[in-house]
Write a protein that binds this ligand. Sequence first.
Ligand code: PDD
Length: 282
Amino acid sequence: NIVFLHGQFMPMSEAKISPMDRGFLFGDGIYEVVPSYDAKLVGFGLHIERMQNGLDAIGIKLNMGVDDWRNIAQNLIEKNGKGNLGLYLHVSRGADVKRFHAFPENIQPTVFAYAFTIPAPPIADKLKVKQYSVTSTEDLRWKRCQIKSTSLLGNVMHFQQGREAGVDETILYNQRDELTEASACNVFVVKNDVIMTPPLDNQLLPGITRNMVLDILRKDGTLHIQERPISMTEVHAADELWLTSSSKEIAPVVELDGQPVGNGRVGDIWQLAQTLYSANKH
Ligand code: PDD
């Protein structure tokens, strides 16, 4: 496995970072995961734009543009085989000489990237697609969830809660009992042929897949779309529930908190949405 670190490509076994790296000590960094199928990157420009927004939000100055990132991504794809890959891109604030909370002056950010195998994208067939089960719990993360921070302990603990309950994901709600997102996905709800998802704010990541799904569905124009707060009562009464993320695309959920979602089978609206997404992504 060939990775990119400190400006060079090298085998993973030779990649070393300082224990004083603030990514290691504080989770002080920003990351992205971009899917690539047969060397075709999906939503690359949007991912890099979100990464730059994150770096600006936490005050990391990095002189890298979309072309530099694309160059690294394409090299990693070349060097690691061209199948179904996730590209992990990571920038931490860098390594200081001591552990101290304040941002150090004059340190170089640490840039790391590597490629890992992901499943093939879902086929838009409601009888063959993987069916997901989820539980729900109160969102106990911080109030800046729009930043794709490498400080993921809150997400990790929520994801693990789901694992221990024997399900695939944990969907999250705020103190007002409104849906936010899931521990590593955005969430969509379908009721009476209306597709709903929570509006963008500090409670959720502006998912690239979420964004592309909304764009593609709006362009198609056959279904009604609403970006609005969604109560957990509505979530429990949904006809369909979907998770979206770069590596999953649109994932249909058939069980929530031990109860069937809708009729307990993958829905027709999911099939339509995933068909449109498969045809129009990139
Ligand atoms: N997860 N919400 C959270 C909290 C996420 O971590 C992710 C992505 C998403 C979906 O975003 P996108 O559509 O841009 O992938 C929503 C990545 C894949 C991860 O942490 O591995």
